[in-house]
Design a protein around this ligand. Structure first.
Ligand code: C5P
Length: 229
């Protein structure tokens, strides 16, 4: 299978739309590899915070992104051998990630790294620009949405379950700010690809959302093979 022949399912959407959980489960169901692209931006954010680099230091942050020694294990993420799984999830890191994600040189530095995840038998990639920039030839592109209120509640529950204190109103404001920044930036803004299927998960359970994505994928594969036969 040549690189481009390896099927990709691209799942994009705003923060806390459920795309991480849905993408992980779809990948497991299909036996595909999984790319959480936001983790790469968060790793660069963490590395830049630790290096004391302000979000405007584009060239230095891009150099950090290019040299990033990241390892993705089953449930843990390592940065230069150190387990940074928890540090990556905190809001400071998420907010910094969205600031540095605006920098074209940083996005460029992460492009080849993301495409390297495309290996047989297939890849489920989730983020903001999987369908528009990183894998424009994805076999299936899904754009997940959900109301801000539901997304803030989901993030709140996630944090509380992990024993992290959280404030629902502040989380909701943070989500809106981050979405606005992600949607307004000039490089790879958060928007559905023209050929993406929109899936609103406001009233769906995770299982229902996963089932819908799998059904869309199977239909797409059927159309593809039907077309060739
Ligand atoms: O998905 P997650 O919330 O972990 O991503 C953190 C930030 O990284 C996002 O707010 C977004 O600005 C950025 N990001 C991006 N492109 C991606 C994935 C994440 O710009 N493909």
């Amino acid at each position: 299978m040549s690189g481009a022949a390896v099927p990709v399912v691209a799942i994009d959407g705003p923060s806390a739309s459920g795309k991480g959980t849905v993408a992980r489960r779809v990948a497991a169901a299909l036996g595909f590899h999984y790319l959480e692209s936001g983790a790469l931006y968060r790793l660069v954010a963490l590395a830049s915070l630790r290096a004391g680099l302000g979000a405007q230091r584009e060239a230095e942050i891009a150099a950090l992104a290019a040299a990033l020694a990241a390892e993705f294990l089953d449930e843990r993420t390592l940065l230069s051998g150190e387990d940074v799984t928890e540090a990556l999830r905190d809001e400071e890191c998420g907010n910094r990630a969205s600031e540095i994600a605006r920098l074209p040189a940083v996005r460029e530095a992460l492009l080849a790294r993301q495409r390297a995840f495309r290996r047989p038998p297939g890849l489920v990639a989730e983020g903001r620009d999987m369908g528009t920039v990183v894998f424009p030839d994805a076999l299936l592109k899904v754009f997940l949405t959900a109301s801000v209120a539901v997304r803030a509640e989901r993030r709140y529950k996630q944090l509380i379950d992990k024993g992290i204190r959280a404030n629902l109103a502040a989380l909701s404001r943070d989500l809106e700010d981050r979405d606005a920044r992600d949607a307004a930036r000039s490089v790879a803004p958060l928007r559905p690809a023209a050929d993406a299927v929109l899936l609103d998960t406001t009233a769906l359970t995770i299982e229902e959302a996963v089932a819908q994505v799998l059904a869309l994928y199977r239909r797409r594969v059927g159309e593809r093979t039907g077309g060739i036969a």
